[in-house]
Design a protein around this ligand. Sequence first.
Ligand code: URP
Ligand code: ZN
Ligand code: ZN
Ligand code: ZN
Length: 512
Amino acid sequence: LLLAFAVAAHERCAAQGLGGGGGATSILIKGGTVVNADREEEADVYIKDGIIDAVGPNIKVVPGGKVRVINATGKYVMPGGIDPHTHFAFEFMGTVTIDDFYSGQAAALAGGTTMHIDFVIPVNGSLAAGLESYKKKAANAVMDYGFHVAITSWNDQVAREMEVMVKKNGINSFKFFMAYKGSLMLTDDILLQGLKKCKSLGALAMVHAENGDAVAEGQQRMIDFGITGPEGHALSRPPYLEGEATSRAIRLAKFINTPLYIVHVMSIDAMEEIAKAKREGQRVIGEPVVSGLVLNESWLWDPDFTVASKYVMSPPIREAGHGKALQAALSSGILQLVGTDHCAFNSTQKALGCNDFRKIPNGVNGVEERMHIIWDSMVETGKISVTDYVKVTSTEGAKIFNIYPQKGAILEGSDADIIILNPKGRFAISASTDHSRSNTNVYEGWKGKGLVEVTISRGRVVWEDGKLNITPGTGRYVKLPPFGYVFDGIEKSDAAYKASLRAPVQRGKVCG
Ligand code: URP
Ligand code: ZN
Ligand code: ZN
Ligand code: ZN
């Protein structure tokens, strides 16, 4: 019955498209394996006016019509990737990331990612001014994007602005930095206020979890030892400082009873804290990033500064065992979705820290590589299924940030953000052929299996035959609504907590 409906629905739409369509583009993807987070099926996908119109076997087009047919036989048809963590046009550590919204998104589309969520940084303490500034930065966007907002100071105005951000501006998450002492770092007091405010607004609190005070101490210690090169970066901020801050943030979120999202989980230490909290029933989401999953810190000891410095990011890329453990945690659901923390700088920018690792701009690339590397290192090796691949690269992000099933699914009515991945295809990564503006790439020389051959962004083929077809300014801001699924039941557990408290003791005498 469902099948008959799908076909009928398509034929109705195809006929409309033929009848004069108003320039509407229709695409029929035929013969592929459609993968959603819960199942895979042999099915065709019919796209009309940027939306998925029908999914089912043997969808037929009226001969001679304007419908473009793409043959996906032997290939996977999957939701486009959603990268929950990018920094485009980010003013940071005395410079600005080399990728803006145009080059960063071009790179994303070439690698099969069709939506990303970037971080607005307040301007002079104002969230509204920060958002305005990021809207301007995104004027040349070529794909859909959303925003998180960073909280970098605290006062009544910030609290009021958080409310406006959520109620009027499509923000449903705020990031709190527990590191970068002297610039972005906040105190526990502010984190507590922020957690409370997030809870009242139904917004997700996100943390960069490292003990910033101890990191500053560790950095000075390395400088005192005469260690000024990139290896000093890793040596000054060991995994247990990440574990400590992760544990602290989790406990504070437990105290407030609000969900918590840990960005860029880079170590076993942090992951174990998340696992423990989850076992105890706490709502904690852990986001590993590609660099932390597949790279290791040995590069930081490379004698060539240009090579070593490109791997400097925070928290640092760790010893090899950490990445393996993070992959296992991702495959078993302890960690839930994969980001990139794409924050690219070229070698000239990295050279700002030539004589002092503390001045090397922190950040690595990844937005173009994420889909390929996760496929190659986790699906090809049997660590995750194809459905779980869709889950960790797309669906889970859409659910957590409350835009599922508009995004993250190949379902009738969803946005037509789709990739066609050829499991027999091969990819090779190089700074000379990628779409980032950086002249370096932390995945330089990586060759692997599983190639994104076609990317479709809201019904337009934007990547095909190794070429981009994009128009600046066509990207759309996607508003993210508050009170996503992670908030379900929070009120009930608050009520249960209140009920569990013993009634106030009735005393006979007034004290004193
Ligand atoms: O090194 C990093 N991670 N750079 C981007 C800023 C951040 O902390 O996410
Ligand atoms: Zn961070
Ligand atoms: Zn980041
Ligand atoms: Zn490049």
